[in-house]
Design a protein around this ligand. Structure first.
Ligand code: G3P
Length: 218
């Protein structure tokens, strides 16, 4: 299972990359705004900086909602760096754009996916990745992991190459449940990744090993 970090914060991206287990990055307009990144030039430079930190796919989202606009923006983004994946919203124009990009060999991430039907459309259009937002589904009283299971089952049944990128992760447990469900990728806040380190028996065990060593070695 691949681990992506879901942020535009360079400090967090560097920290996750330093762990040696980071496979890629996803961003979205809200995450860019949270870091105060505004203006086309600054936004494009920020993507380039992220690509220089992480050697793996970096999702950069279009903000156009019409086919022509998405194509123009996506081609511009894709030209920034070979690792850029054009993130396209799950709308009719988006599916048309994903098909266009797929035919041209440009990688895509179909975002804002909340149902198996939407995931099926994304796969048929040739999306490289599909992003079901499980945390937001949980927030609204439905079972996000169940959707991941459903999409994985459909994709495996028909041998679709689209990777299931579990997004909107809220906890370490979410990552584990997505791994059990067979998600190809989880994109997570840094806190959810580092939560996987924690177990009290590890801390207690290490403390005892070190104390026992000290007893005989001083
Ligand atoms: O990047 C897309 C997704 O991961 C957003 O997550 O926490 O805003 O629901 P969240």
């Amino acid at each position: 299972m691949k681990f992506f970090i879901d942020t535009a914060n360079l400090k967090e991206i560097r920290e996750a990359a330093d762990l040696g287990i980071l496979d890629g990055v996803t961003t979205n307009p809200s995450l860019m705004a949270k870091e105060g990144i505004s203006g086309t030039e600054n936004i494009l430079n920020h993507y380039k900086t992220i690509c220089s930190i992480v050697d793996g796919p970096v999702s950069a989202e279009v903000i156009s909602t019409d086919f022509a606009g998405m194509v123009k923006e996506g081609e511009h983004l894709a030209a920034l760096h070979p690792n850029i994946v054009v993130k396209v919203p799950m709308i009719k124009e988006g599916i048309k754009a994903i098909k266009y990009f797929s035919d041209k060999g440009i990688k895509t991430n179909c975002t804002l996916v909340f149902s198996a039907g939407q995931a099926l459309l994304a796969a048929k259009a040739g999306a490289t990745m599909v992003s079901p937002f499980l945390g937001r589904i949980d927030d609204s009283g439905w079972d996000g992991v169940q959707l991941i299971e459903q999409i994985v089952h459909i994709y495996r049944t028909y041998n679709y190459k689209t990777e299931v990128l579990a997004a909107s992760i809220r906890s370490g447990l979410h990552i584990i449940r997505c791994a059990e469900a067979g998600a190809d990728i989880a994109t997570c806040p840094l806190s959810s990744i580092t939560a996987l380190f924690n177990h009290p028996l590890t801390d207690i065990g290490l403390e005892k090993f070190l104390a026992d060593y000290k007893k005989v070695n001083g």
